[in-house]
Design a protein around this ligand. Structure first.
Ligand SMILES: C[S@@+](CC[C@H](N)C(=O)[O-])C[C@H]1O[C@@H](n2cnc3c(N)ncnc32)[C@H](O)[C@@H]1O
Length: 188
């Protein structure tokens, strides 16, 4: 797993280390993410690794409830100060250990899984399978190019998801820089 100090140092240096709020690239990717969700409305979504909550805010307009977590207090304070809607529940937590109770009809993994070790990615996908409603959607979006802090590439992550028998492919959007896929949890 990527060392926590890497993220702590990033967040100590900047409120928004990836410039998520400024980069047109990120804005377009968020809009594609939202446009690719097969349902207009979801009951309950889980978004681990929410950082400063930009995608969380967009999700909240399409969901009755959003549970959004990140291991680090700094981005969560920023997210909490901006996210006024009462249907967003922001909490500190690191996957796979801090997986929220209850079930979801949408789980969103955006630029996250390649920071986890192979074992932890496996545990996280086990948790996805056990907490996603039958017919519910997993949205996964990941940068495709290798980088030093990542445990694997985005393509590796998506191949691991696709190998899960209970997760059926629904949407695949492939670009040079990122891969966006939606999977549906098969009926039990
Ligand atoms: C590249 S940012 C992506 C933020 C957001 N998901 C997006 O797509 O805009 C990665 C985020 O994952 C968080 N993170 C890192 N390891 C994590 C883990 N094990 N569980 C949950 N979040 C984690 C980091 O703190 C950071 O906020």
């Amino acid at each position: 797993m990527t060392d926590a100090r890497y993220f702590e140092d990033l967040y100590a240096q900047s409120d928004d280390p990836w410039h998520l709020a400024q980069r047109p690239y990120e804005r377009r990717k968020y809009e594609l993410t939202m446009a690719s969700l097969p349902h207009q409305h979801y009951r309950r979504a889980f978004e681990p690794g929410c950082s400063i909550g930009l995608l969380t805010e967009m999700l909240s307009k399409r969901c009755d409830e959003v549970v959004a977590t990140d291991p680090f207090a700094a981005p969560l304070a920023d997210a909490a100060s901006r996210l006024a809607p009462r249907n967003i529940n922001v909490a500190q937590g690191r996957i796979p250990d801090d997986w929220p109770d209850g079930t979801f009809d949408l789980i969103l993994l955006s630029e996250l899984l390649y920071y986890l070790s192979a074992d932890d990615r496996g545990f996280a996908l086990d948790a996805v399978e056990s907490s996603l409603d039958a017919g519910g959607h997993l949205m996964a979006v990941h940068w495709r190019h290798p980088f030093d802090e990542a445990e694997c590439t985005g393509d590796d992550v998506h191949a691991e998801i696709a190998a899960r028998e209970s997760l059926e492919p629904v949407v695949r959007h492939e670009e040079t820089d990122f891969l966006l896929e939606v999977f549906r949890r098969a009926q039990a």
